[in-house]
Ligand binder design. Sequence first.
Ligand SMILES: [Zn+2]
Length: 194
Amino acid sequence: MLIVCAEQARVEAELVAGGLSCPSCWGVLGPWGHARARVVRCVTGARWLWPRRARCRGCRGTHVLLPDLLLSRRRDEVAVIGAAIEAKVAGLGHRPIAERLGVPKDTVRGWLRRFVVRAGQVRAHFTRWAVALDPELGPVLPAGSGVADALEAIAIAARGWVLRFGPGEVWPIAAVLSGGVLLCNTSCPFPPVR
Ligand SMILES: [Zn+2]
């Protein structure tokens, strides 16, 4: 799986031109049909998505190109998941968060539990990215809890990304920098920082 820009036409042009790299071996990716179509719940409502699939000319591995609106194995837009995480850090429980976002409470509870379990890894990974993107970054002070520290690291890395590459929203950037596995099992490693 590779997280790509949400602009389909741009991704298609990059893919055809050989501008996308294999996340496993850095070989050149070429077009390889599509992955299965799926319904995703976006801020603006449900929509169908039919992600592109690519094949590496080096290792022959195939990869689903997932737009940066999404995380692996999650049906909800990453901005919605991010809003739930921000609300939790602000002190809300999963029930009021679910009500506010219009998402089933068990779904929200699942996101938050996974984020809590993964918070230490998230903080370490995004802090590495923050330093890689902005070598002059000063010390990052503790924010008060594991989840708050993790969220702070995401925010700082996203700021570094914007400084380097231009405007962008924090949660799609988090999807890209986590390789889409932000809320996957802790045994699912984040891609290396480079
Ligand atoms: Zn490859």
